[in-house]
Design a protein around this ligand. Sequence first.
Ligand SMILES: C[S@@+](CC[C@H](N)C(=O)[O-])C[C@H]1O[C@@H](n2cnc3c(N)ncnc32)[C@H](O)[C@@H]1O
Length: 339
Amino acid sequence: MAIAVAPAARYGSDAQYRLFDLLTAPLRWEVLAVALELGIFDDLATPRTAGELAQQYVLDGEGTELLLNALVSLGVVGKQEGGYCVDGGFAPLLTSTSDVSMSSLLTYLGEVRHVSADNIIALLRDKQQVQTGPEMVRPEYWSRAVRGLRSFHHSIRNPIVMDILSGLPCWPDVKKLLDLGAGSESLAQDICAARPDIDTVIFDLPGVVDNLKRRIADDARIKLRGGDMNCDDLGTGYDLIWASMVFYYARDLTSVMGRIRRALRPGGVLISFHEELNDDRTAPEFHVLGRLHAELKSGPLSVERGCVRAAAAEAGFLNVQSFSLETPFGQMELVIGTA
Ligand SMILES: C[S@@+](CC[C@H](N)C(=O)[O-])C[C@H]1O[C@@H](n2cnc3c(N)ncnc32)[C@H](O)[C@@H]1O
């Protein structure tokens, strides 16, 4: 006689699902990080067997198959008749030689953002004793971060920024632009390529600017200015100032906004591009968690919703407007004001 079984379609509570998902989350990254570190994605542009890869990298055959199967479970690699190949959508992002490769960016961000439970506890107990981790309030940190920022800009951020800039009504009239706290020369170069009639000034901390000199030596349309936006001369006569993810380092945001307004020509435009947290500083998760390591080291950095807009208005900007954008690196807020 057949036994009647009537299983529920779904057992357990949402909270239980969430906790098991959180348990799995770090493994997703670790598996990806291993493949990036070994350089496996470059070899999976065409189908390869686990045995072939194991031999090439001098790895255990069974373990290599387990790793490749895990990559398939993540959805970044496909498996067909025993051959593994990077999924088409991920191939340009994960192979190191592609123009839009995110491989060095992901490794860089993994180092900056991820922190072990032991280190979090150590930071909570006495952060002065913890020697590792990103100290984003120290200028030396940014001198070392140029390479990572460049890969972020080149691979993923600049196409978004160029789309924003070229959609501005004032864009055709922009002739002089400042990239405030640029982090790399990459955006200035993309702007020069798209608009040879624009002169771009990069303002950043002196150590960062020193790092960029060699990269832009042969481009007369890009000028460098080293200094601290809180107190040093930003230059004058700009048609547009682009300020992206830099206001965390403003000692007094309204005062920095005033300096920016005076650096613009009358009618010139400020564009701020920053993530914004809710009033409780508990969302969006991407930014709250992504900043946890840096903020445990240096104290709260991220700006709260509305504070850029308020500081711009207080500093005398006109027509201050704010727009939320979805990007692969989290929700961002674009604040636009006219000098
Ligand atoms: C998070 S990075 C942002 C880089 C780039 N704007 C972007 O959106 O990816 C912060 C940048 O601000 C710069 N910075 C930090 N403090 C600064 C200050 N007081 N004056 C000018 N730039 C500063 C850093 O050197 C770094 O390039």
